[in-house]
Design a protein around this ligand. Structure first.
Ligand SMILES: NC(=O)c1ccc[n+]([C@@H]2O[C@H](COP(=O)([O-])OP(=O)(O)OC[C@H]3O[C@@H](n4cnc5c(N)ncnc54)[C@H](OP(=O)(O)O)[C@@H]3O)[C@@H](O)[C@H]2O)c1
Length: 316
């Protein structure tokens, strides 16, 4: 089968479209024919081996997993022993942080997969796993968002942010979205009640208070979280120094600030599928590339200025 591979750490130029061995299904796993992928910042962090501590997980001197990619959608071709929720022919979407998704086939644990809702496309559902799961878990699992609460979403027009705006509205919150001025109309079209352009109003001086502050951009400092929110969720990453500073200050304070790593599970994927089926959430796709151009897609998202998501498709 064809796959997008990496044999060394580096930028998109080290990626190759190569023939590799097709994975075989194993206990509790599904063999999925991949129809589409989406690009996520985790892909280029893992590709570059940055920040350095990530190499303790993904390979110290060279990548452990040769096939890049986390988010996928496709069709189940084989189900192994002890799979209970899926059958051959099901359309599924899922998330494999350890990689392997930018390929014609992937062998994924069933608990990392969910059923695609009727009426959705492979492109939409490939865009949903990592960004949608992160937004959902940030707001509900960690943010404990309640109906009627106010939430400030910093970095509201990108992959995670544009899901977060729609999910927060679906859960009955009042949403204030922070983005660049070129995306103000976009975030309002997603349902944001108010929007702040960070290139016109300095968010570090903004003094309104919200029940929850969700930072997908990763540029708020600890004082911002305390001034702006009753509680905070840190999702995004700018530099190690900035993140260490925020987490160090959190360690000495009482402000409820949480930082987490997204987890794939069928329950949350099904929650996202239901929100999409009910029309409460719609993934926005800014660009679609063929699978042979995945290196270009990764290069594009490295600027961290994506509107919604970037998708890649595997032709028959
Ligand atoms: N903790 C986890 O498990 C987890 C999971 C997924 C992602 N993440 C992290 O979350 C972050 C966001 O991911 P993503 O997929 O949403 O990335 P993305 O699609 O590239 O979106 C980034 C967004 O940041 C906005 N932005 C850029 N500069 C900004 C600023 N100064 N203030 C406010 N917003 C700004 C951009 O909007 P404009 O173009 O309007 O500026 C862009 O839409 C990344 O750092 C990623 O690594 C963490």
């Amino acid at each position: 089968m064809k796959a997008i591979t990496k044999h060394t750490y580096g930028g998109p130029e080290v990626l190759r479209l190569e023939e590799v061995e097709k994975p075989s299904s194993k206990e509790g796993h599904l063999l999925v024919q991949v129809k589409a992928n989406s690009a996520n910042p985790a892909d280029w962090h893992i590709l570059r081996g940055e920040p350095f501590f990530a190499r303790f997980t993904f390979g110290l001197f060279k990548p452990k997993n040769k096939v890049l990619g986390a988010a996928f959608s496709g069709i189940v071709k084989e189900v192994a022993e002890h799979v209970t929720k899926f059958k051959i022919g099901d359309k599924v979407f899922g998330h494999m942080l350890q990689g392997g998704a930018f390929a014609e086939f992937i062998c994924a644990p069933e608990n990392f997969c969910g059923h695609m809702p009727i009426g959705s496309t492979f492109e939409e559902m490939a865009c949903t796993p990592m960004a949608g799961l992160t937004a959902l878990q940030a707001l509900t699992t960690h943010g404990k968002l309640q109906e009627g609460e106010s939430v400030l979403i910093n970095g509201s027009s990108g992959g995670v942010g544009h899901f977060a705006v729609q999910i927060a509205k679906a859960y009955g919150a009042q949403v204030t979205a922070v983005c660049s001025s070129r995306n103000i109309d976009f975030v309002k079209s997603l349902g944001a009640d108010a929007a702040i352009a960070y290139d016109q109003d300095d968010i570090h001086q903004h003094d309104k208070k919200y029940d929850l502050v969700l930072d997908t951009s990763g540029n708020l400092n600890f004082a911002d979280f305390k001034r702006l929110g009753e509680r905070g969720i840190l999702v995004g990453f700018t530099t190690m120094g900035h993140m260490m500073s925020v987490l160090f200050k959190k360690g000495f304070g009482k402000f409820p600030l949480h930082q987490f790593t997204v987890e794939a599970n069928t329950e949350d994927l099904n929650t996202l599928a239901n929100l999409i089926k009910e029309g409460k959430v719609k993934p926005y796709i800014e660009k679609t590339y063929p699978s042979s151009k995945i290196p270009e897609a990764i290069e594009y998202i490295e600027s961290m200025r994506t509107r919604g998501k970037v998708c890649m498709t595997w032709e028959p």
